[in-house]
Design a protein around this ligand. Structure first.
Ligand SMILES: Nc1ncnc2c1ncn2[C@@H]1O[C@H](COP(=O)(O)OP(=O)(O)O)[C@@H](O)[C@H]1O
Ligand SMILES: [Mg+2]
Length: 204
């Protein structure tokens, strides 16, 4: 049986990595085979791109960055995501195409219509079965992200940038309301886990 494709989204510090680990454990406890991956990344080429985009300061044109993201995504889908789903794994991906709309689109200025063209090309009909949008204010995200070590290029961006990114995510959620579940991630971990559990059980 084909597995399920679940993506986690939200601004930096929203709790994606934290909840992804929890979801992986929850699903394994429910007897599911789980594969965890991330974007940018997930393949050798994708991880190199991650280094280039997150740590580099190459002054890339936002559209160049968008094209690179989708090139790496095609590779990720072909080599990792689609084969894992076919093997029956539940694929948990830390960020996916909604992040391109939010960051390269609303954050940096790539036209959403162009992102839509690339999405149709690269996804070739595949969409996540479920996207969990962890929504927090930029202030909370920033405060939490600060607990980690080195800020990456995006984490050094200003508040206005994060407000655009957050609002873009919420717009994506409204436009894709069957796929995207918005979670108030400003609450405590147990409260969030309770809600995640309810959502996941409907997919199990
Ligand atoms: N709901 C929460 N309440 C308290 N701390 C949280 C919560 N969610 C995440 N954190 C903490 O905030 C920090 C950033 O979380 P992380 O999962 O790395 O975010 P992201 O992957 O979305 O950037 C971590 O130290 C994590 O333990
Ligand atoms: Mg993370």
């Amino acid at each position: 049986m084909r597995g399920r494709f679940i993506t986690l989204e939200g601004i930096d510090g929203a709790g994606k990595s934290t909840h992804l680990r929890w979801i992986a454990r929850f699903l394994m406890d429910h007897g599911r085979k789980v594969m965890v991956t991330r974007e940018p990344g997930g393949t050798a080429v994708g991880e190199k791109l991650r280094g280039l985009v997150l740590r580099g300061n190459h002054g890339l044109n936002p559209e160049t960055e968008t094209l690179l993201m989708f090139a790496a995504r095609r590779e990720h889908l072909d080599k990792v995501i689609i084969p894992a789903l076919a093997r029956g794994h539940w694929v948990l991906c830390d960020r996916f195409t909604d992040a391109t709309y939010a960051y390269q689109g609303a954050g940096s200025g790539t036209d959403w219509k162009k992102i839509g063209l690339l999405e149709r090309w690269v996804h070739d009909g595949l969409q996540p079965d479920l996207t969990i949008l962890l929504d927090v204010s930029p202030a909370v995200g920033r405060q939490r992200a600060r607990r980690r070590q080195q800020p990456d290029r995006f984490e050094r961006e200003k508040g206005a940038y994060y407000r655009r990114v957050r609002n873009a995510y919420l717009r994506r959620a409204r436009a894709n309301s069957r796929r995207v579940r918005v979670i108030d991630a400003g609450r405590s971990l147990p409260e969030i886990h309770k809600e995640l559990e309810e959502i996941l059980l409907t997919y199990c």
